[in-house]
Ligand binder design. Structure first.
Ligand code: AGP
Length: 608
């Protein structure tokens, strides 16, 4: 997620903006920029790397005099980190300047439209489209240009906008990306998050969807998308700066869990157009997609677990054989890659050493590499031939949640795309799957709201020695991830087993009171899973089941049942993982563990 700060008032704007951006650094970024109106023109500076570079470039803002400005820290989504792609972006005359947080889903169509009108683009970003569109609609009235621009735009945005011909006004707008505004006796502020302006005011107003704000040095006006002026009430923020970084959540991990509905939406929406799936980043024609005979998925940790889910989903929908490898194994087993095979590497950070090495091994064998990556411009993103970005925004907690969920949805999109071109899924089934996919964010949100129930249950297992996760088929994949989430942050020993494998050894470990989490989301395996639950209960286990709302039978066998809303079985992992994430989180919190930074772990394992 990008950081936005704007100011208009009686103080010099640049130092206020740079200070505000420094309070958003925790969000992660790769470049930064600032634009200030100096009384005649809009001056600007941009730089890649840390904010310090921009501060040095502007001597802490002293070299950018003026009372009205906007600043930005960029988390790249469209276009690698570079000066050209850094915000603010401008129209050609540099009389309109824009900073943006979000994703403009129809930017390609708008870009083509504007290029036909003679507009020349200088960046690869989606944001630059907004600056030229404002220019296109601007006939002297900034608000009219803003309203018309916003009606053409699809996607998410938090915007700060400057018009050189209107230096006494700062404009802002919001849809789906957070934006707050504030005021004190020295001026008015905009920010993508509260920490940026907490030093100046604790009274903030949250801008709601499709609202536009016109800020002056001593007052501000709010409008809805129908151009009607509206009244809004400020709220008093009583968080300290540290809590504010987590938007009031106790840990980044919990905050990022709650961002999952948005990261799933951000990952799927730009790729669903008119009832079909379009993944332009694949750069493969339907014929090339139909010619894929085998898929190798290679990753580490949770990304590997997403790959195991991907195997089940792609094989079930597209009937393409899929092999999933741990990258640390793949890179040393002299892998046999068949003619017509496709290699997919999955990585949140894009810097995991084993996954990068596996990518190079596959490339050495002449194979095209598709990366499913969250960090734009990362090593894996640069070395893969094509990249399907997960757009989950920066993930701060070491234990991945929102990026993992976004990886799952990226794999669902791929599976459905393959199934469509290969004709293995009919139009009706495809439409049904698309509907289920689009409902996932709302269902994830519903499950997140069961956190109190999960916390209560988790508190019963703070002293547990061993906790097992079992599942069959796609539920085995989710058991792997549920087990890792628990053990990596609570330090309780945990294992995931294919439920059918229990009788081949593991069941000897079950003792009186051992917690076994049985994941059962596949209707055709419900009965089998009930037998496995009975099996472990006979050895004294306490069984928590995670299952579909339609599976009431399971209450006869399990001790504690968490139901997930109804969805296509192939997408069930996206829902079943939520109670498991919450369970692991609350066990770790209850045990007083450092949830965001677990011992011995790094967010990105860049060494072997
Ligand atoms: C997951 O919670 C862990 N942080 C870890 O397993 C992680 O998934 C793994 O190191 C892979 O990281 P990557 O996705 O950045 O490549």
């Amino acid at each position: 997620m990008c950081g936005i700060v704007g100011y208009i008032g009686e103080k010099q704007a640049a130092p206020v903006i740079l200070d505000g951006l420094s309070r958003l650094e925790y969000r992660g970024y790769d470049s930064a920029g600032i634009a200030v109106f100096d009384g005649e023109a809009i001056n600007y500076k941009k730089s890649i790397g840390r904010l310090k570079v921009l501060e040095n470039l502007t001597r802490g803002g002293l070299d950018m005099p003026g009372f009205c400005g906007i600043g930005h820290t960029r988390w790249a989504t469209h276009g690698v980190p570079s000066n050209e792609n850094a915000h603010p972006h401008f129209n050609q005359k540099e009389t309109i300047s824009v900073v943006h947080n979000g994703i403009i889903e129809n930017y390609l169509q708008l870009k083509k439209y504007l290029e036909k009108k003679g507009y020349v683009f200088v960046s690869e970003t989606d944001t630059e489209v907004l600056a030229h569109l404002l220019d296109y609609y601007y006939k002297g009235n900034p608000m009219e240009a803003i309203f018309r621009m916003l009606r053409r735009v699809e996607g998410s945005y938090a915007l700060g906008i400057l018009f050189a011909e209107h230096p006494d006004t700062l404009f802002a707008a919001r849809k789906d990306s957070p934006l707050v505004v504030g005021q004190n006796e020295e001026g008015c502020f905009i920010a993508s998050d509260v920490p940026a302006i907490l030093k100046y005011t604790r009274k903030v107003t949250y801008v709601d969807n499709q609202e536009i704000v016109k800020l002056h040095a001593s007052h501000m006006h709010f409008y809805n998308i129908d151009e009607e002026e509206i009244q809004k009430e400020p709220v008093l923020i009583d968080w300290d700066a540290n809590a504010a970084e987590k938007a009031g959540y106790e840990h980044f991990m919990l905050k990022e869990m709650y961002e999952q509905p948005k990261t799933v939406t951000d990952t799927i929406s730009p790729r669903i157009r008119k009832g079909d799936i379009q993944i332009e980043e694949l750069h493969m024609s339907d014929e090339e997609l139909a010619a894929v005979r085998k898929i190798h998925i290679v990753a580490c940790g949770s990304a590997y677990h997403a790959g195991v889910t991907g195997k089940y989903v792609i094989e079930r929908l597209a009937r393409i054989p899929v092999e999933v490898d741990l990258a640390s194994e793949f890179r040393y087993r002299d892998p046999i890659l068949e003619e017509g095979a496709m290699v997919i590497v999955i990585s949140q950070s894009g810097e995991t050493a084993d996954t990068l090495a596996a990518l190079r091994e596959a490339k050495k064998r002449g194979f095209q590499i598709l990366g499913i990556v969250n960090v734009v411009g990362s090593s894996i993103a640069r070395e893969a031939d094509n990249v399907l970005y997960t757009w989950a925004g920066p993930e701060i907690a070491v234990a991945t949640t929102k990026a993992y969920s976004a990886q799952l949805t990226a794999l669902y999109l791929l599976a459905m795309k393959f199934a469509k071109v290969r004709g293995t899924v009919g139009n009706e089934e495809f439409a049904r799957l698309l509907n289920c996919l689009e409902r996932l964010p709302y269902q994830i949100e519903r499950l997140l709201n069961t956190k109190e129930q999960i916390q209560k249950f988790a508190n019963r297992y703070l002293a547990a020695k061993d906790i097992f996760f079992i599942g069959r088929g796609i539920d085995y994949a989710i058991s792997l991830e549920g087990s890792l989430k628990l053990k990596e942050i609570s330090y309780i020993h945990s294992e995931a087993y294919a439920a059918g494998e229990l009788k081949h050894g593991t069941i000897s470990l079950i003792e009186d009171g051992t917690l076994v989490t049985a994941v059962s989301t596949q209707p055709e395996l419900y009965q089998k899973m009930v037998s496995n639950i009975v099996e472990v209960k006979a050895r004294g286990a306490f069984v928590m089941a995670v299952t579909g709302e339609d599976n009431r039978e399971i209450e006869r066998a399990a001790d504690y049942v968490v139901y997930i809303p109804e969805t296509a079985p192939v997408f069930a992992n996206s829902l079943a993982i939520i109670p498991l994430q919450l369970f692991g989180y609350y066990v770790a919190v209850g045990r007083g563990c450092d949830v965001d930074k677990p011992r011995n772990l790094a967010k990105s394992v860049t060494v072997e």
